[in-house]
Structures are given as C-alpha cells and as structure tokens.
Design a protein around this ligand. Structure first.
Ligand code: URA
Length: 285
C-alpha cells in the first residue's frame, strides 16, 4: 500500500480491514466540530446585514463559531466563555455529589460528550481521606463508565495499595469526565469548560489530601504552565470556591507514563511515600 491510488482501488471491506490493520479504529476527527453552530453561522452569514452596517466576513464567522465571545472570569482568573459560565453556574448549584453527577450528566456544553459513550464521574469512597485526580477517561473507562479501570488503572491500584490505600479508602476522579476521541489530549477550551465541575467536585468531597496524577491534572488544579517533571513531588495547595481552607496536593507521574518509562517509578514511589506521610501526620499518627 504505497500511495492514495492503492487505497482507492480497494473494496469498502478491504479498505476497512486495511485501516484496522494500521491502527485506525476511530472514524471521527480529533477536533470537535459543532455542526449546529456551523449551520447557524452559515444561516446568519447568508442573511444580509441591516442597512448601513458593514460586516467583515471573517469576524462574523469567528464570532458565530466561538460560543460566548462575551467573557467573565474563572476562579483561576482566566477569561471564561458563555458555555464556561453556564458550567460554572450549573456546578455551583449542586449541593451534593448526587446533584453534581446529575448536573455533569445533563450538561451539553462540552463537545466531548457527544463522542463519548459514558460520563465518567468517579469511583471509590467519597468519604475517603485521599482524592486522586487523573486526566481523562480512556476507552476502557468510557465503556464501563468508571475512572482508571484499564491497564493504567491497574497500576494506579497497585500504587495506592503500596501505601495502604484502595478504592475503598480513596476517591478517584478525572479533570475531564468524557473520553476525548482517539485518546487525544483535551483542548484548553475543553479543560476550561469542565473546570467548574472539577472544582465543585473537590469542594463537595473536601478530601484531606489530593494526589494529582499526570501533567494535565497538576497544571489544571494548580493553574501552572510547567510540565509534570517540574510540578511533581512538591507539596502545593489547591483552593477552589467553597473550600474553607486549601487542600495539600502533590503531583506524580501518570501510570500510563510509568508503564512506558518504568525507570520513573522510583520517583513516583517517593511521591506516594510523601502522600502517606502527609496523611499520617494529618491524622496525628
Ligand atoms: N487515564 C486517566 O487519566 N484517567 C482514567 O480514568 C484513565 C486513564
């Protein structure tokens, strides 16, 4: 199969088999496309402007395709789109985890929801002292609706068990509750839209300690631009609206990364020991 002509010569069945053989198992793009917004935009664009008003075509389509150009400010001080504001209002209205779960499941403002099978809300014990915050569900999690249940999840379970914790004593969530298509990284806009739900989740659970797994989790919760290599292994404080006091939080490598780079397990082990020491000291042990 050397060029595009060759694939065009195949029957649909053969072409499908070829794509599967080379690892193409998704038929969706990696960038969410809001086709409703596009069709509204083209309907608007085809309407003539009111007399005396000059409209730049580029500006008109940019505004129409970017929901919520009018902005407010997130708790991190970043500008927030209209859909982000709607997420913030919805999340703030939830007074229990049950209400928050229902609100996330009913939320239609994030395009990732339309390509995911499930809303992956949480697993584990919300009364546990430790909250683990990952990045986004993968295909196993999407299928079963629970965070960290694939291969990386098995490693996370072993990491937790090495310091005496489990899903009975820790609570596990993700920054993003929907699987990004093809496991791509969520965009900054998707993270910003989901952030109010994440913050409310933390505020409702009020864990004693947070373990942030992976760069996306650490960057989002700490509102910092550095990568995981810089952020991991240091005690920081997570404060979100609704918390009376900041929560001690530490970042470590994501188990998916550790599966590829086992030489870093040594550093992850250090981070886990720091978590155990912090929990022990907070309990006065
Ligand atoms: N990776 C994550 O960050 N979260 C999951 O739930 C699964 C894999």
């Amino acid at each position: 199969m050397s060029d595009n002509h060759a694939i065009n010569d195949l029957s649909p069945d053969e072409a499908l088999r070829f794509y599967l053989d080379v690892g193409v198992d998704e038929t969706i793009g990696s960038t969410p496309l809001d086709r409703y917004a596009l069709s509204k935009a083209s309907a608007k664009a085809s309407k003539p402007p009111p007399p005396g008003v000059a409209v730049s075509p580029t500006k008109a389509s940019a505004v129409a395709q970017r929901p919520g150009a009018a902005a407010s400010v997130t708790s991190h001080g970043a500008p927030q789109s209209a859909v982000g504001q709607s997420a913030a209002i919805t999340a703030a209205a939830a007074t229990s985890l049950k209400e928050l779960k229902a609100a996330v499941e009913a939320f239609e403002g994030c395009a990732l929801k339309s390509t995911a099978k499930s809303t992956v809300f949480a697993d584990g014990n919300p009364a546990g002292r430790l909250m683990v915050i990952g990045e986004a569900p993968g295909s196993d999690e999407d299928r079963q609706g629970l965070p960290f249940i694939g291969v990386a999840g098995k490693l996370l379970d072993r990491m937790l068990s090495s310091i005496g914790y489990s899903r009975e004593t820790a609570y596990i969530i993700n920054v993003i509750p929907w699987r990004p298509p093809g496991n791509r990284n969520p965009t900054p806009e998707e993270v910003a839209i989901c952030a109010p739900f994440l913050e409310r989740h933390v505020a409702l659970v009020k864990p004693e300690v947070i373990l942030m797994v992976g760069g996306l989790s650490a960057k989002t919760l700490l509102n910092r631009p550095e990568g995981i290599t810089r952020l991991r292994g240091r005690w920081e404080a997570v404060s979100t609206p609704g918390l009376e006091q900041p929560i001690p939080a530490i970042a470590t490598y994501h188990p998916t990364y550790l599966l590829r780079s086992p030489q870093h397990k040594r550093l992850a082990w250090r981070d886990l020991l720091a978590v155990k020491e912090k929990l022990d000291s907070l309990a006065g042990a």
